[in-house]
Every structure is written in C-alpha cells, then in structure tokens.
Design a binder for this molecule. Structure first.
Ligand code: SF4
Ligand code: SF4
Length: 195
C-alpha cells in the first residue's frame, strides 16, 4: 500500500487571521440577516388552508363555459383537432337553438391534458377556457375523465379569464385566416359584450 504524503505549508491553503478564527462575526452576520428577513413581507402561503390567486393569465383546468344554463360549445371539434395529446373527445348532436349543434357528450382526459391552452385559443365561441383551478385530485383513471357535467362552469365564475381573453386574444383572433365575426351566425354568444 502506498503512503499518504502530507505536504506542509501548501501555498494554496487559505490563511485565517485571528479575527476569522473567532467565527463569531460570521455567525452574528448570519443571525442579523435572518432577523432582518423575519420582518419582511411573507412570500409563502400556508397552502392548502390558505389559497392563492395566480391572476387571469394563469392556465388551470380547461372548462366549458355555461351561458344562460347552456353550454356555448357548438361541437365544431376544433379543440379536439388541435389538442396535442388528443385529450378531448365529443359527440355532436343537433338542436333547435340558433346554434344548431351542441355536444351530446364532451370529455377531457385530464391524465393527458398538458395545459397548453390551444383548445382555448382556437375555439370560435370562447366556449372552452382555462380556469383558475389548479388543485384537483383523482383516485382512479376513470375519475380523471372530465365529463360535460364536470366541465360546465357558469360564465360569471370565469369572468376574469374571459376579460383577459377579450383584451389580449380577441383583437388578434382570426387575423391570419380572415375569420369574420359577422359570419358566425350560429353562435349563442353575445358578441356585443366583451366576455
Ligand atoms: S372549439 Fe369550442 S365550440 Fe368547437 S367543439 Fe371545442 S369547445 Fe366546442
Ligand atoms: S389545454 Fe391543451 S392538452 Fe389540455 S385539453 Fe386543451 S388543447 Fe388539450
């Protein structure tokens, strides 16, 4: 076995002064910093007892907008077509409403959803939007399938997000493919209102 060679007086070794060897100054410096932070505004919340609001730009669970007791959705299928992980499926049916079509059933598989927001982006009716909901749990795969009943949320509860979309999305909506609102005669959505 080789011997371990100890080199004394290595020049790279840091020399400590007697002041540094005391260690108390750095300990007090650290304690002073901790004390200062104790009186600063708290940056943490005691979740789940305390809830936090992430603002209208946050993309939580996608939901279907309910207006006057009905879904806005016209079952056009655009959201299902654009969804990258193919999380959306639906069955269209006919109705006597001016919108003519509605989803007989509509499902989002939340085990697939990646919260990209593309479904919201393409929807011509603002019928599917990203809600502020960020904490929901499933205990089985079946529970992760959000049916139409679980997806429907009244418009009033999504006001903040709808206003955000009206401000940032709507002015550019359809710009690249010349979509005209006036052509959308089958909508139940009141376009005279911003949300
Ligand atoms: S894009 Fe909008 S209107 Fe079309 S099926 Fe999806 S949610 Fe319904
Ligand atoms: S947020 Fe993205 S992944 Fe989730 S349902 Fe919409 S398009 Fe699909």
């Amino acid at each position: 076995m080789g011997k371990i060679r100890i080199v004394k007086g290595d020049k790279s070794e840091r020399k400590l002064s007697w002041w540094h060897k005391l260690y108390f100054p750095v300990i007090f410096k650290g304690m002073w910093y901790t004390l200062k932070l104790m009186f600063r505004k708290k940056m943490t919340v005691e979740y789940p007892e305390e809830r936090f609001h992430l603002g209208p730009e946050f993309r939580g669970r996608p939901v279907l907008v309910e207006e006057n007791g009905k879904e806005r959705c016209v079952a056009c299928g655009l959201c299902a077509r654009v969804c990258p992980p193919l999380a959306i499926s639906m069955q269209a049916a006919e109705t006597d409403d001016p919108k003519e079509r509605y989803p007989l059933w509509f499902e989002i598989d939340m085990l697939r959803c990646i919260y990209c927001g593309l479904c919201e982006d393409v929807c011509p009716e603002e019928a599917i939007v990203m809600s502020p909901e960020y904490d929901f749990v499933f205990t089985s795969r079946a529970e992760a399938i959000m049916t139409k009943e679980k997806l429907l949320v009244p418009k009033e509860k999504l006001k903040e997000r709808l206003e955000f979309l009206a401000k940032y999305r709507n002015p550019n909506y359809g710009k690249n493919y010349q979509f005209l609102r006036s052509n959308n005669i089958h909508s139940l959505k009141d376009y005279s209102q911003q949300s």
